[in-house]
Write a protein of this length. Structure first.
Length: 145
């Protein structure tokens, strides 16, 4: 049995750009960053000559996101999924002020497929946005408890 979800891993192609997005724009904090290589990481991933920089980021509630930037084993530069793709589709983040965050992200050149939408029951205001690697984020402001 599990006792908790430890973290979510996200492979990025540009760690500096990803850290700017996740920390400077969304408010995560770096709690650990390190370069990893050697027999242990090779064995864990079932690969050879792995070189990866990892950064563990904490949300204000303590949940962790791990960014992985591979110097070896490059893959596609962007995630090509959609909200209805099979497998993991998005990360949902609770935000304090959705309109303020949308304005901040828009000023940074981030675009949105549609304006924020209120849920039919009036509980939340929600918007989808793509992060630097194309990963979908669902930003949610709870309006009524």
């Amino acid at each position: 049995m599990i006792s908790a979800i430890r973290h979510t891993g996200l492979v990025v192609t540009d760690l500096d750009r990803a850290l700017h997005f996740w920390c400077d724009l969304l408010g995560f904090k770096v709690v650990k960053q390190m370069a990893e290589s050697g027999p242990h990481i090779d064995a864990m991933m079932g690969l050879q000559d792995v070189r990866v920089t990892t950064a563990k980021l904490a949300a204000p509630d303590g949940c962790l996101l791990e960014l992985l930037c591979f110097q070896s084993h490059p893959d596609k530069p962007r995630w090509e999924g959609t909200p209805y793709s099979t497998g993991f589709t998005h990360i949902a983040l609770t935000v304090d002020d959705l309109d303020q965050l949308v304005s901040k992200l828009t000023q940074e050149g981030v675009s949105f497929p549609a304006p924020p939408q209120c849920s039919p029951d009036g509980y939340a205001k929600v918007i989808y946005v793509k992060g630097p690697e194309g990963v979908l984020l669902e930003l949610v402001e709870v309006l009524a408890a």
